[in-house]
Structure formats: C-alpha cells, structure tokens
Design a protein around this ligand. Structure first.
Ligand SMILES: [Zn+2]
Length: 351
C-alpha cells in the first residue's frame, strides 16, 4: 500500500550554514529529520521525496525585486543580514529549494496524492517580509506556496495555520490587506517573545480586515489550552471561511523542551492539535494537508516530530509524553487572552 504521508527533504537544506561557531538555526535540524524520515521510508511508513528548486525570479511572487537581488548578492559571502539572520555560500541554493519544496508540498496535498505532506526545509520562512530578512528567515516559503496556488491553480481561499511559538510577522505582512489568504497564528504572548508583535488587535487592513487572526498564548500554555483555543477560535472561523486548501507553518519551538521559548506543548499535544487540523482540512477542502517546517531548536523534538507528522493519519499518537498541568495563573491569563481575541474579531466572525 502506498504511504499516506510524504516527507520532502534533502541534504541541500544543510548547505545553509551559520558563519560563526554556533547558531540555534543550524544544519543538524534538518539532518535529524532526514535520517528519521529515511528510517520511516524504509519501513514503508512514509514516502521520502526529493526537494525541488525554483529560479530566483520566482521569489518575486511574494518579495520585492530589490530585496530578492540583495539576498542573492549577499549570499556570496558569509554575513548577517540582521542580528539573527545569516547567509553564506550555500544559502541561496537552500532557500530556492525551500521555496520550490514548499510549493511542491502544497501541490501534492491539493492534488490529493498524499493525505499529509511535510516539507522539512530550511532556512525557515515565516518571519521574511516583502522586503526584509528576519528571524532566521530569507524567503517566505509558505507565502510563496500559497501565492503560487492562487496564481497557478486559481484558488480563491487558502488558510495558513501557524503553530510556531513566534508570530509569523512576514506571512501576516504579505497577506495583511487580502482576504484570499486567511492567516491564523497561535504564538507566545508577544510581550514575552520575538518579534514583539502579533496582538489580537492586529487583524488586517482594508479588504483583509478580520483575515489575520492572532491567538496569543501565555508562557507555560499546555496541550489542553492549545486545543481549547483551536476549538473556540480557529475552528469556527475556518468553518465559516471554507478554505479550498489548508497549509500549516509547523514550528516545533512551542514544545516544552525548546531552548528559545516558554511554551509547554508536548509531542502528544502537537499530534492532537495537528490531527484536528487534518480532520478539518479533509472535511472542508476534500484535499490533503501540507505542512512547512519553520522553527524548533531541540533536535530530539525535531526528530520525533517526524513520527508525529507520519502518525496524523492514525488514531493514536506515536509518542507518549507527560503533559504538564498549567499553573492557575496561566489558565487565568489564557482565558483573558481568548476573550480579548474574540472581542477583536467580533465585527468579522461570529464566535
Ligand atoms: Zn519560531
């Protein structure tokens, strides 16, 4: 039987290397994913597919021409484009493969070739804006995939669900005044984490008002609170929006072991949340679900995350991880955040 899940990754994503000695966004992140995916592929559990590239001009579908040229030129030498974001000689090749692979994942999911397609790419993309590298990101992979599905396949409504611990400010910016892409992000309270924005009141502009949905989560937010936010906010909005395709910005940095953030999701929680997303995606769109890797800096979590993704089509999670109890203060803060999100969205969505 053909596997229901495909993982697209490859060595090319290890060519993007930090100039200094260490950086959390490092080649080993995708190496452990590739090794795990290869093991699962040899057991027939997933299909392991080769990354695809695109020509440089393709990046201008979501970025300014000048910015794209700057990234290409800067990548000739190891250097930092902002305090966090580096380039080097292999970066452009990796970044263009990340764009092509993100699109490939979206296309395969849309065509129903697999129920789940995981583009395990780097550099990540969701902080990259129209004319700006930021937060380890050069080109916005998921925005490119969405834009190309709209332009080349005629889609009119795509939903992007972002479960990375950080707000995807780049993705939000690119689609801020549009309603053909609904952006729903779960992220840690911006007052406590980069990029310091992503409040519920930042909900789009003009035509796009109400189509940016920022669900901020308090530090120490657990599996249970994420599922509550999904059921109370994200799910009812998606039911009304009726997307034709759902794409996921999959950051594993909301996991409790992540060194950069303060959230408390477990792998079991990721599985439960993403399983909800898959079931809804199949019901609303009749298509598969495409996931693009964003952050996540603990190698064990990234490796086991492949099994989480590969088990979304199953009834049970592949790993058991003890979920911690959220402190009362966290639960109280969470309730206030949920009410605040609902109030901000009141003119646009019935919740
Ligand atoms: Zn992140």
């Amino acid at each position: 039987m053909q596997p229901q899940t495909a993982v697209i990754t490859g060595e090319v994503f290890e060519k993007h290397r930090p100039p200094g000695y260490s950086h959390p966004e490092r080649p080993a992140r995708v190496r452990v994913i590739r090794e795990e995916a290869a093991r699962l592929a040899s057991d027939g559990i997933v299909a392991l597919l080769e990354p695809r590239s695109v020509p440089l001009e393709e990046a201008t579908r979501v970025h300014d021409q000048d910015y794209v040229g700057m990234v290409a030129e800067a990548s000739e030498y190891p250097q930092y484009l902002d305090p966090d974001t580096y380039v080097g000689p292999g970066s452009l090749e990796a970044a263009l493969h990340a764009l092509g692979t993100a699109y490939e994942a979206a296309r395969l999911a849309y065509e129903g070739r697999y129920r789940v397609v995981y583009a395990a790419v780097r550099p990540p993309g969701h902080h990259a804006g129209k004319r700006r590298a930021a937060g380890f990101c050069l080109f916005n992979n998921i925005a490119y995939a969405a834009q190309r599905m709209i332009e080349d396949h005629g889609l009119k409504r795509i939903a992007i669900i972002d479960v990375d611990a950080h707000w995807g400010d780049g993705t939000a910016e690119i689609f801020y005044d549009r309603r053909d892409v609904l952006y729903i992000s779960f992220h840690q309270d911006p007052r406590t984490l980069y990029p310091g924005r992503g409040f519920p009141e930042e909900l789009g502009r003009g035509e796009g008002l109400g189509y940016t949905v920022n669900i901020m989560m308090p530090p120490l937010a657990t599996d249970q609170l994420y599922l509550k936010a999904w059921h109370e906010i994200a799910m009812p909005i998606l039911e009304r929006y009726k997307p034709q395709l759902i794409l996921v910005s999959l950051g594993f940095d909301a996991h409790k072991d992540d060194p950069l953030t303060d959230l408390a999701l477990t792998l079991e929680g990721y599985w439960a949340l993403l399983r909800e997303v898959l079931v809804l995606a199949e019901r609303l769109t009749g298509r598969g679900l495409a996931l693009m890797l964003e952050g996540g800096y603990d190698l064990r979590v990234l490796r086991d995350g492949v099994r989480v993704v590969a088990s979304l089509t199953e009834e049970e999670p592949p790993v058991r991880e003890e979920s911690v109890e959220a402190p009362g203060e966290t639960v109280g803060r969470f309730r206030r955040f949920v009410e605040r999100v609902k109030k901000a969205l009141e003119p646009y969505w019935e919740l």
